[in-house]
Design a protein around this ligand. Structure first.
Ligand code: HEC
Length: 639
């Protein structure tokens, strides 16, 4: 039961389609009714919305007061708990350390306790000193010059390559932990480095500006809901006679995009970019030429495992927002039109389609052609549509679809349906193979000046596409059997000549999973080397103690950094694939706040490299089920 429930929740809160469902052995049973409440369900709770404080008070008395009214040892007092956002308390009860204490409570009861307990104000700057010591020295002036990793892929070409890391490849074996920061919440965004600061965000809704070298804090902003897509920083036009201002952009699970003042954390604008149910905001926004591009993904693929759920209506989308004003400029859906009723499921519940096409990853900007590229996920019903599992090129100014190329046909899939005829009443027939694109496309320029689009799919296929021929395939390589939680999940990295593809394969339908890192020559698709991800023990005992390379990888000259689900963060020699550095990120560390913390599973947001430092997030509590979620900052000799 515990394992099934964990698995179901991991599926709901993980990168659902890019994670999808695992093999039948782990995810055979559909999620319980409590896991899949409709409407403002699990994700609603994580958005900090809904919840009835009066009901929450009753639940608290019955289920929590015995420990939290008379706190001893590690138990925090009611007042201390209250200092967290609603989203964080709800998250603790749904997938965090208090999930066992909340067993049997409905989602509504959990969000009600959170609404009753939380006293923290959201939508404004908060008291950061409790999470990290305040910086004693004044912050350096904000600037877009200097070392940086700005947004998901360092630049909006999304290469995940740092040409100027601030250390040599030969120094990488000497990387040591310089500082650590404990995130509140079960998952987090990726570190963004700009202007001597590292901007990070957590599933508690908190966004932080920390000193990039020391981890001391400048400010914290509390969004009402979980935030896990990475932050991007840009310059705002200066007021007349005033100095330049810089904005920090991010999204949260209230389906909103935000701009904050990068120096103070003050809110500049907030815009709700979508109004569908159970929306997740997993893809990081991209910023270019005054427009913020935001992608929309969904948990409906997991929620539809409930036979009573009217599957499915979600439509993946891209939204462009004016970066200065927050005004919505355009929105383009992945599916051809709103879902319509098409049949009843095997339990007589109405079904709708087409649905799906979640966009899990960040958009990629092509300024030369005036396009943005997005990578889409699967379809949720038997009603096929052309843009599922596709790379789409949209006009950056209008959102019009210029071309779209799909890489699977009939990939109709929801969680729990693996195998041709899954038991769930909403399962498409046949179902699968669940081969979303979870990773951002990379726009790569070869030495010749010729550009290619690199893409990696959960099928484990890696492609080079021609941006001058509507995405025509120049080469492709298949690295394993792929499938749910398989193949390329969160992200490829590309240096000037080579693309590095991590293979997850937590489970493999053939029984031959191949967690590995593969280097492919971009010019012609030749495989240069394959490094098998070593099997190592971990403290957590679920299927996510795996050598799977699901987390996005990153590169700097001569080195590729890759994190495995078993907690090992490694550097591979870019020429040979040999492991040159290996740390266990699950080991206990002392945080900048002076507390003991530890990481765990490495998944989702990947390493970032800038200014002589390498940052990685470890924990992803929703996967391992064990507490601990930290940002680890490494430098040569820890100096
Ligand atoms: C049997 C005792 C017990 C009960 C009952 C209990 N808790 Fe806890 N709670 C703890 C302990 C111990 C910790 C500290 C856990 C740790 O540090 O690993 C904790 C931690 C927490 C935290 C902080 C978690 C974090 O990561 O910030 C929250 C929030 C919380 N509890 C809420 C609740 C709520 C709400 C209930 C009722 C539904 C509840 N607890 C029931 C013992 C209990």
């Amino acid at each position: 039961m515990a394992r099934t429930r964990l698995a179901a929740l991991a599926a709901i809160f993980g990168l659902v389609a890019a994670a999808g469902v695992a093999g039948p052995q782990a995810f055979a049973q559909p999620a319980t009714a409590a896991d899949t409440e409709r409407g403002n369900g699990q994700l609603g709770a994580l958005s900090g919305e809904g919840g009835d404080p009066a009901l929450g008070a009753t639940v608290y008395q019955q289920r929590c007061a015995s420990c939290h009214d008379t706190p001893t040892g590690r138990t925090p007092s009611k007042a201390v708990i209250g200092n967290n956002t609603r989203a964080h308390i709800a998250d603790t009860l749904i997938e965090g350390v208090m999930a066992p204490m909340a067993a049997g409570l409905t989602t509504h009861e959990r969000s009600s306790v959170a609404a009753y307990l939380s006293t923290r104000k959201t939508g404004q700057a908060g008291e950061v000193g409790e999470d990290a010591p305040l910086c004693k020295a004044k912050a350096p002036p904000m600037s877009l010059d200097g070392p940086q990793w700005n947004g998901w892929g360092r630049t909006d070409a999304q290469s995940r390559f740092q040409p100027n890391p601030g250390f040599s490849a030969a120094e990488v074996p000497r990387l040591k932990l310089k500082w650590a920061f404990a995130y509140p919440g079960a998952r987090n965004g990726q570190a963004t480095v700009v202007g001597g600061r590292v901007f990070v965000n957590a599933f508690s809704g908190s966004v932080y500006a920390l000193n990039a070298r020391t981890g001391c804090a400048y400010w914290r902003f509390d969004a009402p809901a979980g935030t896990r897509a990475s932050i991007v920083v840009g310059r705002l036009p200066a007021a007349k006679g005033g100095k330049a201002r810089y904005a920090v952009y991010f999204t949260d699970f209230t389906k909103s995009a935000y701009a904050l003042d990068a120096e103070t954390g003050a809110l500049i604008w907030r815009t709700r970019v979508d109004d569908q149910q159970e929306v997740q905001m997993t893809g990081s926004p991209a910023l270019h030429d005054g427009r913020l591009y935001v992608t929309i993904s969904s948990a409906e693929e997991a929620i539809a495992a409930d036979d009573k759920y009217e599957c499915c209506k979600f439509r993946g989308a891209v939204v462009a927002v004016d970066a200065v004003t927050g005004k919505l400029l355009w929105k383009t859906y992945v599916t051809p039109g709103p879902a319509k009723p098409f049949k009843t499921n095997t339990k007589g519940v109405q079904m709708y389609g087409p649905a799906g096409g979640a966009i899990w990853s960040a958009p990629t900007v092509d300024p030369k052609r005036g396009l943005i590229y997005v990578a889409t996920g699967d379809s949720y019903t038997d009603v096929d549509f052309p843009n599922a599992d596709a790379i789409m090129a949209l006009d950056a100014r209008t959102g019009a679809v210029r071309w779209s190329r799909a890489f699977a046909q009939g990939d109709n899939y929801i969680v729990g349906c693996y195998g041709k005829f899954g038991a769930g009443a909403n399962c498409p027939r046949p179902a699968g193979p669940d081969v979303d694109f979870g990773a951002s496309p990379i726009l790569h320029t070869l030495a010749s000046g010729k550009q290619v689009i690199l893409a990696g799919q959960k099928s484990s296929q890696v492609y080079a596409l021609d941006p001058d021929a509507q995405g025509k395939v120049l080469w492709e390589q298949r690295l394993s059997t792929g499938g749910p939680l398989g193949g390329v999940e969160f992200g490829l990295a590309a240096d000037p000549t080579t693309v590095y593809a991590p293979v997850s394969d937590v489970f493999s339908q053939t029984g031959h999973p191949k967690p590995q890192l593969t280097a492919i020559r971009i010019a012609d698709g030749k495989i240069l080397w394959t490094a098998v991800s070593p099997i190592t023990p971990c403290a957590w005992k679920n299927p996510f103690c795996s050598p799977a390379l699901s987390q996005a990888v990153s590169a700097s000259p001569g080195v590729v950094f890759a994190g495995a689900m078993n907690g090992h963060f490694r550097a591979f020699d870019a020429a040979t694939g040999k492991i040159v550095w290996d740390v266990d990120t699950a080991a206990p560390v002392t945080t900048v706040a002076g507390r003991e913390a530890k990481g765990g599973v490495l998944d989702g947001a990947g390493p970032t490299i800038a200014g002589g430092m390498v940052y990685v997030s470890s924990g992803y509590q929703g996967r391992s089920g064990t507490p601990g979620n930290v940002l680890l900052a490494y430098s040569v000799d820890g100096k």
